[in-house]
Design a protein around this ligand. Structure first.
Ligand SMILES: [Zn+2]
Ligand SMILES: [Zn+2]
Length: 167
């Protein structure tokens, strides 16, 4: 959403509130399209002693799968975003200042990157998810699969081979 800042540019205390939905259904992350519902953005830009402060909250439902057992995982993301909007050219790149071009701002350019920064590479369905058995593929959260004994045997066999080498 594009916001015209002219109205508040000169008066201390003036604000422009905003509230809108962004469409991120085409946003690919880690090979998936996890934002299947509208992303809600809410906040305001306030002129505080001549400085334009953006304060926003981005709410999104991130739909992915458990990295261990592939069960569906829905993550509620609630990301605060605070930024100073400045038309002045900054000497060094500061991540709390957004460089304005002209007297309007495209909010998506600020709030969407802030949201994406909060996304983790992987999510789990629960912290102690036991995952799938690498041998038979059974979901170990639903109970043991019977491969465990054999697995220990094969590990011991590898160990035995290493010991044999040392001789
Ligand atoms: Zn899981
Ligand atoms: Zn198994």
């Amino acid at each position: 959403m594009k916001l015209d800042l002219k109205r508040i540019a000169v008066t201390d205390g003036e604000t422009i509130p905003f509230s809108y939905d962004a469409d991120l259904t085409k946003e690919e992350m880690n090979g998936e399209y996890p934002f299947r519902t509208p992303v809600h953005v809410e906040g305001e830009v306030r002129n505080h002693l001549g400085v334009l402060n953006l304060h926003a909250t981005v709410r999104a439902l991130y739909q992915t799968q458990c990295a261990r057992c592939l069960a569906p995982v829905n993550v509620d993301l609630n990301v605060p975003c605070d930024m100073i909007l400045s038309a002045e050219v900054q000497d060094d790149e500061r991540d709390d200042i957004y460089q304005l071009e002209g007297d309007s701002v495209e909010l998506d350019d600020i709030v969407i990157p802030a949201l994406l920064l909060e996304v983790h590479m992987t999510y789990l369905c629960k912290p102690d998810c036991k995952g799938l058995c690498p041998t038979c593929g059974k979901n170990r959260n639903e109970g043991p699969c019977g491969c465990d004994g054999r697995q220990i045997d094969s590990r011991l066999a590898v160990l035995q081979k290493l010991l044999d080498k040392d001789d």
